[in-house]
Design a protein around this ligand. Sequence first.
Ligand code: NAD
Length: 294
Amino acid sequence: MTNATLIDGKAIAAELSETIKATTAAMLAEQGVKPGLAVVIVGEDPASQVYVRNKKRTADACGFHSVQHSLEAGTSQDNVMQLIDELNRDPAIHGILVQLPLPKHLDEQRITQSIAPEKDVDGFHFLNIGKLTAGQTDDAFVPCTPAGCMLMIERQLGDDLSGKNAVIIGRSNIVGKPMASLLLKANATVTICHSRTQDLPAVARTADILVAAVGRPNMVKGDWVKPGAVVIDVGINRIEVEIDGEKKSRLTGDVDFSEASEVASAITPVPGGVGPMTIVMLMANTLESARRAT
Ligand code: NAD
């Protein structure tokens, strides 16, 4: 029996997509501007191919000008940089996203940092990271996954998290660290845990808001969760399960959903939680970039 409210990321994302679509139509009618999103993918990584397809499909559905650049796995650093330079200068493009991870021979940092900060809708440029860390989110781009998590947290708890303890498991630049900045800006008391943290279950149990972004299937057990906590499961893990004697592949989060949902007040499912929110926040950032450019 599940006690927790299910935070339906898919439904919230669909609702936001409708608003983005309507705003995009109005922008086109009133200013003749269409938000433009360019997605660059290098190589054949199957998970990345799925993510990029979903992003393009959502951008099309929102009424954006959407382009995809699929480069061969062996593409040189210079060629990738040259493409980004062209996209930086293209007035029809307001958002540039380079799908990570990149093949090993490419310098991910140099490529990410070569995207013009005003088109960096993933929020990975140091200028945007700096602004977010300084709490200056009005003209920064916030990374899409933590931005989506934050919206779901606000829907449960409001936008002032004063007095709440937030624990994030994972300290990546893409999820854990920007998540901490957003929670701090909303006045939560924030703890970041990682692979070297001692007695992780005990720290997790202090959380009114628990965000798991590790990449380890079902790691967070029910007894790690404080009764009544809001649990956000960022993890996407592909596992093999046996159904009727047949091996099948299935997606699961970092949280043991069946256990945690007995204890939490609200919880995100995997799939259908953080994933769809991430994509819609990318659209929101691209629309915002187009608005700033006009
Ligand atoms: P990452 O590998 O960059 O970081 C993982 C973090 O987990 C690290 O900081 C590490 O210290 C910590 N960690 C590893 N083992 C640990 C342990 N035993 N105990 C405590 N901490 C531990 O990963 P990431 O890019 O932040 O992604 C994390 C997960 O979120 C992955 O499953 C990824 O697929 C998923 N993800 C989902 C979305 C989405 O849209 N839903 C977006 C980004 C990432």
